[in-house]
Design a protein around this ligand. Structure first.
Ligand code: ATP
Length: 146
């Protein structure tokens, strides 16, 4: 199906800002971007990334959406505890959670990112993370535009 991914992100953000007193900024070029995909699955990916950004930091979340050539680049940035280099691949594995001490206050099964990865791959895209421990993390999703 044809998915308006800009509108989908706006609506997903609204769900969180209605429930939490936290600021989620969206930066895009104001033009709707459409891709072919499964709307419910893509909503789930946005939900997982925003939920994590809120869970693992106490600050604002900054989301950018920018088309590049035939891809859309979506990044979800937080200013939380960050993810050490040696953990960055493992967090996409099923049931993997970092250091229990750090995660102890937040419930979770460790499935979120594994689900997000499998959905993005099934759409022909990629998902990756960049992080500075102590400063925050940026999850980047690239999806083909057609
Ligand atoms: P759930 O399945 O309920 O989402 P979860 O958050 O533990 O539980 P994942 O979303 O797969 O599961 O995340 C795996 C682990 O990666 C988390 O337990 C956490 O340690 C780490 N992580 C994920 N997102 C972030 C983030 N934005 N900042 C810091 N650590 C993160």
């Amino acid at each position: 199906e044809n998915v308006n991914i800009t509108e989908l992100m706006e609506k997903t953000i609204e769900v969180f800002t209605g429930a939490y007193d936290r600021n989620i900024e969206l930066h895009d070029n104001g033009k709707p971007i459409h891709i072919l995909g499964n709307q419910d699955q893509l909503r789930q990916v946005f939900y997982i990334l925003i939920d994590n950004a809120l869970k693992y930091s106490d600050h604002n979340v900054v989301i950018t959406m920018a088309p590049h050539d035939n891809q859309i680049d979506i990044s979800v940035r937080d200013f939380g505890q960050g993810i050490p280099k040696e953990e960055r691949e493992r967090i996409f594995e099923r049931f993997y959670r970092m250091d229990k001490a750090r995660s102890r206050n937040t419930g979770g099964t460790g499935l979120g990112l594994a689900i997000a990865k499998s959905i993005i791959h099934s759409h022909g895209g990629t998902i990756s993370v960049d992080s500075r421990p102590g400063e925050g993390s940026t999850f980047q999703v690239m999806l083909p535009l057609t």
